[in-house]
Write a protein that binds this ligand. Structure first.
Ligand SMILES: [Zn+2]
Length: 241
């Protein structure tokens, strides 16, 4: 896939993170951004975006703030410890985004990412806690970065994690974030709204039979994730064979 990588302040193109994405076989656009003039950095990134139409935009620290200022339509964003507070604030984050951040980040507080998501009306599960510092250059963080890009660029913003080899064993925090969501459906028989847990690791399209907890009639539950990561659930009465 084609990735627009926006580097951090006083980083240079060719760092560990873009190099890691290149090693995974991605085509990485890695423009040099002006370290002093933020508007100039945004203009540079916008010009590359407009001419190259990348599949996903990755921004690191100040580069993530640049990403938040781009006109990037529906192109997904992967933001690494975004430094939006230091650089011009932010517009609402789009749903097709993921944030990677460490609580031990001593440069950009983890709470800045929590505020970014909250003020955009998005769920805290969009923040994946990885790494031990601001750089996110450790193997686990790089692995999750690659995974996040692949996930978002596929148009499915929620994962099918059947292939465990894609995940380092200690990435359980990221996995947990994807297995604790809920949705609801209206029982066809009794009209009650039934809340169900979603296990997104089971895939973006799921069908199963469950007895209504109110009227005990069996329903066939259909779960589908759309391109924005929203769950759509409906129920049919189970058909007699
Ligand atoms: Zn019912």
């Amino acid at each position: 896939m084609k990735i627009l990588f926006l580097h951090g302040w006083h980083s240079v193109p060719g760092g560990v993170k873009p190099s890691s994405l290149i090693a995974q076989g991605h085509w990485v656009l890695n423009p040099a951004l002006d370290d002093d003039d933020f508007s100039s950095a945004v203009r540079t990134a916008q010009a590359v975006y407009d001419s190259q139409t990348p599949d996903v935009i990755v921004g690191s620290s100040r580069g993530a703030a640049v990403a938040l200022h781009l006109n990037s339509a529906n192109t997904p964003l992967v933001l690494l410890c975004p430094a939006w507070r230091n650089y011009g604030g932010h517009r609402p984050l789009k749903p097709s985004s993921l944030i990677l951040h460490s609580r031990q980040d001593a440069v950009i507080p983890f709470s800045d990412s929590e505020e970014l998501v909250r003020s955009s009306g998005l769920p805290p599960e969009m923040i994946l806690e990885v790494g031990r510092d601001h750089r996110l250059a450790d193997p686990e963080s790089l692995s999750v970065l690659h995974w996040a890009c692949t996930l978002l660029a596929s148009g499915n913003h929620l994962p099918t994690l059947n292939d465990d080899s894609q995940f380092a064993p200690d990435s359980s925090d990221s996995r947990n974030a994807l297995t604790h969501q809920e949705a609801s459906y209206i029982c066809d028989a009794c009209g009650e709204e039934i809340v169900i847990p979603l296990d997104l690791t089971e895939g973006t399209s799921q069908t199963y039979v469950e007895d209504c907890p109110v009227c005990c009639r069996a329903n066939t539950i259909h779960v589908r994730m759309d391109d924005y990561g929203q769950a759509h659930v409906h129920a049919d009465p189970e058909q007699d064979p």
